[in-house]
Design a protein around this ligand. Structure first.
Ligand SMILES: [Zn+2]
Ligand SMILES: [Zn+2]
Length: 613
């Protein structure tokens, strides 16, 4: 959250508490207006904290509000807010956050029914006593119940695979607006985090006046939080049913912010709003050391004359601002991919050192060449109708071929995954024959016979070795007993990785985003054993899994492990999840040669064959 956003949130809270306490209407409005003003400012107001005149020059900010901005910038708090908060029960603030529940209603609930928390409110709804209160009919209570449920799920972070298609849909629509020159999403979504808190959309347009209005009228909008020329915020329903608006879906709500950016400042703004915060701090420090100032408005020469007014407000021309490439180049840095802008050493590595092609230094390119979707040439984890997949062997192989893969491995479930249609040893034998037979139906792609074998609770595998040896590839995955103690989980996975017939450890922790945390083994032990036994750790590309997660991938790379990026295909559309797996790999600094799916057919098949000799 930016300084302005945090400040606006505090003014909003002051206004709400004042109203709750029945204070003077004028004071309530002054703070509500200040919140909107502050939020709509493009410049970071903390940079004006030393200049009260500059603050009061902004319309909507009077001397008293300016004092509070200065206090917040210098001390991180606003005394008045703290005093006000002391006058209301802390749980009541949560009640006020329920959308659609105004301060007047909350005050009434507090005074007449002693509601001081969400639990209190839930109690009087459940026992029906809320209906005896003024203006509380069945209909209004029903509305409150819905809002409470919405607010509760609003705290959940949205999965990458739900957020990204929605953001792309928004960008697609925004690009159609008259006057729009550029539109893109930024934030943690652009960095490819597995879950995101909100969606940031930037737009450069010659028709600024209409943007707020058009944005709030997008089909997915369920609530308008604020609307202005510079910035607008809405809440949208996101649908897991991709490529359509979620307004009528049961999906979660997500806040979407639209910011209007001048075209000639596009690159600087994209960098600023993409983050991460820690990465941006590192970049600003570098600029400062070089006698420059980096802001969301550009990279500026540092005038160093003590004037705290931000450079773009003083008419100072930026050294670079229009594209990210320009800004990186002006800072003498190689361009850093969004996915690794996390302050994990990337800025130092991006520094130009030594001559191009010459000796001395480490050469000009020290950042890893990160893996891309187009590098992936095989899918090694896929299910058919034999277990819980939707395609036959031939359909699966045809789809994989259509997508340009040289190898597809059929890996249906093993016998213990009974609910997923796991195969008995007898059925697996027949299935292997069916897979071999399919090779003459679909040519131009290698169809391998494999299995996704359950790793049982003690780390043993779900089939006898003699049967496993008949398979071209074994993915060993944990599916049950996923709340084991870390020590037990480590032993379990280590045993499975050490099995001489296993090639890949599938979705290693078994986590499901927003649903279950999965196993928490000692990952360093896992990396070490996987490297020693030449087992690839899977990055399961399904957006509900993304397991290994980014930080584990980075650890695996540092430990010298191989990874396998697989879509765990059940349905033809699952192949489309590949990009989420690749983004997660990029966040973990994976280079193509460390991912077995990028290898040529001959190299891959030889690697698989080594465990069958
Ligand atoms: Zn699985
Ligand atoms: Zn699977």
């Amino acid at each position: 959250m930016s300084f302005n956003d945090r400040l606006a949130e505090r003014f909003e809270r002051i206004a709400k508490i004042l109203e709750l306490l029945g204070e003077d209407k004028f004071r309530v409005n002054a703070h509500a207006r200040a919140a909107r003003t502050v939020e709509g400012q493009a410049a970071d107001l903390s940079t004006l904290a030393g200049d009260k005149k500059a603050l009061t020059a902004i319309e909507g900010i009077g001397p008293k509000i300016a004092d509070k901005i200065i206090e917040f910038a210098t001390s991180g708090k606003i005394t008045e807010l703290e005093e006000l908060e002391a006058r209301v029960p802390p749980g009541l603030m949560r009640v006020m956050e329920i959308p659609g529940l105004g301060p007047k209603t909350v005050a009434m609930l507090w005074q007449q029914a002693r509601v001081e928390s969400l639990e209190d409110l839930k109690r009087i709804i459940d026992d029906g006593s809320i209906l005896t209160l003024p203006r509380m009919g069945e209909k209004s209570v029903e509305k409150i119940k819905k809002s409470m449920a919405f607010a509760a799920e609003g705290n959940k972070r949205l999965e990458l695979g739900v957020a990204m298609p929605l953001a792309e849909l928004i960008v697609y629509e925004v690009q159609k607006w008259p006057g729009v020159e550029r539109a893109a999403f930024a934030g943690s979504l652009r960095r490819g985090k597995d879950t995101i808190g909100d969606i940031d959309i930037l737009v450069a347009t010659s028709d600024m006046a209409g943007t707020g209005e058009r944005f709030t009228k997008l089909p997915g909008v369920v609530e308008v939080l604020s609307s202005g020329e510079g910035k607008s915020s809405v809440r949208m329903r996101a649908s897991a049913d991709l490529n359509r608006w979620g307004a009528d879906a049961d999906g979660q709500g997500v806040q979407v912010d639209l910011r209007v950016i001048p075209l000639d400042r596009w690159g600087a703004a994209m960098m600023y709003f993409t983050g991460s915060k820690e990465h941006n701090i590192r970049m600003r420090e570098r600029a400062l050391r070089r006698g420059q100032t980096l802001t969301e408005w550009g990279l500026f020469p540092n005038p160093d004359d003590g004037d705290p007014t931000p450079p773009h407000k003083r008419g100072i021309k930026p050294i670079a601002a229009a594209t990210e490439g320009e800004v990186f180049a002006a800072l003498e840095l190689e361009e850093i991919a969004p996915e690794i802008r996390e302050d994990r050493g990337e800025v130092d590595l991006a520094e130009h050192k030594g001559e191009k092609g010459g000796k001395g230094g480490d050469g000009p390119h020290r950042l890893p060449r990160l893996i891309e979707v187009k590098d992936i040439r095989s899918e090694l984890h896929a299910h058919t109708t034999a277990s819980d997949g939707k395609m036959s062997i031939v359909e699966l192989a045809g789809e994989a071929k259509r997508r340009g893969f040289h190898t597809i491995t059929v890996t249906d479930h093993s016998k213990s995954s009974a609910v997923a249609g796991g195969l008995s040893p007898e059925r697996l034998v027949e299935h292997i024959e069916a897979i071999h037979a399919a090779r003459k139906d679909v040519t131009g792609i290698t169809i391998l016979a494999g299995s996704e074998v359950d790793i049982l609770a003690d780390g043993s595998l779900d089939y006898e070795d003699a049967l496993l040896r008949r398979l071209d590839l074994v993915v060993a995955s944990p599916h049950a007993s996923l709340s084991q103690e870390p020590v037990v989980a480590t032993e379990r996975l280590v045993r499975a990785i050490s099995h001489p017939l296993v090639h890949i450890l599938g979705h290693p922790t078994g986590r499901l985003l927003n649903r279950r945390p999965g196993l928490e083994p000692d990952m360093r032990e896992i990396y070490a054993v996987a490297k020693a036994h030449d087992v690839a750790l899977e990055i399961n590309a399904h957006w509900m899994r993304l397991d290994l997660r980014d930080t584990h991938v980075k650890g695996a790379m540092e430990a010298g492990c191989l990874v396998s990026i697989d879509c765990d295909v059940h349905d033809p559309r699952d192949f489309d999840n590949l990009r989420y797996g690749v983004v997660t790999a990029r966040r973990g600094w994976v280079t193509p040669e460390r991912c077995v799916n990028t290898w040529d057919a001959a190299v891959l098949h030889e690697w698989l064959g080594k465990k069958r000799q």
